[in-house]
Design a protein around this ligand. Structure first.
Ligand SMILES: [Zn+2]
Length: 76
């Protein structure tokens, strides 16, 4: 089990990084957002379409049908 210690310290690091990202996202005012398709979860293979903040990459909303269609049809 030589890797156990490594995994534990990596998980600890991951937790710290997540916290750091959360802090940055909570300070962001999400002034620039785009509709993007993203993975539903980190370990998921399914994609969902969401409003994402361009600055902090936080999911800030779910686009309505009109916005989804506009995204799928691309810019005109
Ligand atoms: Zn933001």
């Amino acid at each position: 089990m030589a890797n156990t210690k490594n995994v534990i310290s990596l998980l600890e690091e991951k937790r710290k990084i997540s916290k750091e990202i959360e802090d940055l996202q909570s300070k962001c005012n999400h002034s620039h957002k785009s509709v993007k398709s993203i993975k539903e979860r980190e370990d998921a293979s399914t994609f969902v379409i969401r409003w994402i903040c361009n600055n902090c990459k936080k999911v800030i909303g779910i686009p309505n049908e009109h916005e989804i269609n506009k995204y799928l049809n691309g810019p005109r």
